[in-house]
Design a protein around this ligand. Sequence first.
Ligand SMILES: [Zn+2]
Length: 266
Amino acid sequence: MDENEARKLIVEIGKLMYDKGYVTSSDGNISYRLGENLILATPTQVSKGRMSEDMMALTDLDGNALNDKRMSSEIKMHLLIYNMRPDINAVCHAHVPHGTAFAAAGLAIDAPILSEVILTLGCVPLTAYGTPSTPELTDALKPYVEHHNALLMENHGVVAYGKDLWQAFDRLETLEHTAKIAILAKTLGGANNLPKDAIEKLINIREKAGYLTEAARCQACGYLEHSDIKCELDGKSINKPNSNGAKISLSREELIELLAQAANVG
Ligand SMILES: [Zn+2]
């Protein structure tokens, strides 16, 4: 995609994000990898619903400005992802209401409740709070970037990324839709998890179809721990409870079992 097409598409996706209520005021940002060391990014302090093609900032992968347009200080989050993931060419950051509600409540979107989500997105982990635009935030994201395609940032918002702009936006939309369904199901008494063998079948399908690679077996999902699907990328797995100090979510049964074990130890 050439630069003009990318500028047009970023304006279009910004408007979609605004119209769908994924961002308000000047929240959020979108970027695209134009070349090996060249990133096109949305400007700071402009509503994503009211951008024009000439407003976009250009930067290299170290964050050095390459034109006179000011980019958001949150670009550091995007640059971390581009630096860690050569397969990623587009990033969307937004404060989607349902996804951000999970992030504000300290919850990951990692329950196996929707088959399509296991097929196309995988789990969305919760990363610890870090002050926006500082290394605190990027340090908190770092352990998760490699194996996930979208992340929740505690008490802040979400970021989704993909091989092109539409895939990044689609992943953002899937994340938000999943969070909304999970909240609605909770009001109806709670969603039922898919059984272990159904999860394993979905993971095999998604790898055969090329929706997600084997790297997604190493995602931080509690349910992967309980399946026969193993993360084969040695030493790189973060699919271990609390391996990096992040919050983990336990089912009621797991919590009771842990408490019972703790009581027995004493
Ligand atoms: Zn933000």
